[in-house]
Design a protein around this ligand. Structure first.
Ligand code: ATP
Length: 214
């Protein structure tokens, strides 16, 4: 049987325990051998002032060091412009064995916006999609996704077979943490201890990131 690999993209500005718990829970539920956190490149004007892509990457590296099966994949930062997910999937797929299973993790909001993505109808040729949904949500998918869901969704994520092609929902209660909240706390001189791993906090402090004086 092939390997089972998950992909979670994000800005990670900075990475926090919400991302990490969610990733770890999915990896446990699905029995993933690897869950790759992929920091997204952003146009330079959209980077947080004083926090570079390399620093966002370094924080994710600090966060997951030694925490299998979480790993960092820096391929999108190696390109000098924002990447399309389809490019990342094609590149990743080309490096894997034909029977390896690839799972793209998407929050419900991102999933609903799928029809706006570049070559979105090809995504499922390369991966399964795991939609992270909160148990209390009662959202309706957009019309453009109804047919796709009817054709491709399976109710039990653990029953996903084959390397790609299906959609499953993973129900989890997200921790009430966001990178926005963390940036605001730091900018107002408050502590973010316990919202980010200690190693990330040490990196933020050592480099004076997100502080108003920067
Ligand atoms: P910001 O507050 O800057 O918008 P964010 O905290 O939402 O950032 P992102 O880097 O944009 O972080 O998120 C990457 C992925 O992690 C997204 O799919 C997002 O839905 C998910 N995510 C963000 N916060 C949480 C959380 N608390 N629990 C679970 N997943 C989360």
């Amino acid at each position: 049987m092939g390997k089972r690999i998950g992909l979670l993209g994000g800005t990670f500005d900075p990475v926090h325990i919400g991302h990490l718990r969610s990733a770890l829970e999915v990896a446990d539920t699905l029995g993933l051998q690897e869950l790759r956190l992929i920091p997204n490149a952003r146009p330079p004007h959209r980077d947080t002032p004083q926090v570079s892509a390399q620093e966002r990457l370094a924080m994710v590296q600090c966060a997951v060091a030694g925490i299998a099966p979480l790993v960092v994949d820096d391929r999108e930062l190696k390109r000098d412009k924002p990447s399309y997910t389809i490019d990342t999937l094609e590149q990743t797929r080309a490096e894997l064995a034909a029977d390896d299973q690839l799972f793209l993790l998407l929050g419900w909001d991102a999933f609903c916006a799928l029809p706006t993505w570049h070559r979105w109808e090809e995504l499922l040729q390369h991966c399964h999609i795991l939609v992270l949904q909160r148990p209390d949500a009662d959202s309706e998918p957009p019309d453009a996704l109804r047919n796709l869901l009817a054709a491709r969704s399976v109710s039990d994520p653990q029953a996903l077979t084959g390397p790609s092609g299906n959609i499953a929902f993973v129900w989890q209660t997200p921790l009430a943490v966001s990178a926005t909240q963390i940036r605001q706390l730091l900018a107002s001189g408050k502590s973010v201890r316990f919202l980010v791993p200690d190693a990330v906090l040490a990196y933020i402090d050592a480099h004076g990131l997100y502080r108003a004086s920067n």
